[in-house]
Design a protein around this ligand. Sequence first.
Ligand SMILES: [Zn+2]
Length: 300
Amino acid sequence: MTNTPPVCNYEGSDYQQSFWEQGGRAYEDKAEAIALKRMLPKSGKLMLEVGAGAGRNTPRYAGFERIVVMDYSTTQLAQAQERLGRSDKYIFVAADVYRLPFRNGLFDGATMIRVLHHMADAPKALAQIQSTLQPGATFILEFANKLNLKAILRYWLGKQAWSPFTLEPVEFVKLNFDFHPKAIRQWLGSLGFNLEKILTVSHFRLGLLKRLIPSSLLAAVDGLFQPTGALFQLTPSVFVKAVLPGDPNTDVPLNVIDLFKCPDCNSGGLQEKTDHVHCPSCKAKWPFKDGIYDFRDKMK
Ligand SMILES: [Zn+2]
């Protein structure tokens, strides 16, 4: 039906549990919290969290009045809902980042953390997000950096075929990509973003250090090094704060249904029904089930 790049689907995955809770990643999680705190606006109206997964980072965006918790996987969103609860503050949406179901110029904040990593067409995904943002909006993007110290050493020692110094993304495992910081800066720049801050994160992603040093201490030391990202980026993970020029427009629709557009025909004016969202223009029916708006596949 549509011609969009493949997506990495975490449907049915225990990613939150196996990777974050039992995977010894308390240090990375805490280091990310420090970076986010340094980049997030104090407050905001409406945040779009792209690739929210099980909602690990979502409570960190509490300064925003409402948060659209978006993921491709409904099972991840169900876990997020369990963690965050159902309230007017959170709007759970299953969607494909290449076909976003949101009206243009809506959000004053967006984040995409540990997600670009899975994108076969990163510039296309970034352009989609950009179009949903208001003037003056803040976009916080984390990406996996191909120009990291380990990759550079391995390349110099002849243990790795691909060069960390070239601008194109490297797909080191199927649907897992690392990016060159300069390529990211160019993509964001060409979409009109000003880069206000760059932080390097996870300076100490080494098993030995993580075993020997408590995660809070290691994250705090990581925090001391993060601002060096303004000068050079050699860590496996990099955070960028990108801001659109202009003044925000403060009237964000109050009704959830008015946030959406049909991802098939791009029309607004969608109608809320009991178990679906109806598009009067193309007659598409998008399921609404268990508190999750699902804009991936139409109802038959
Ligand atoms: Zn439609």
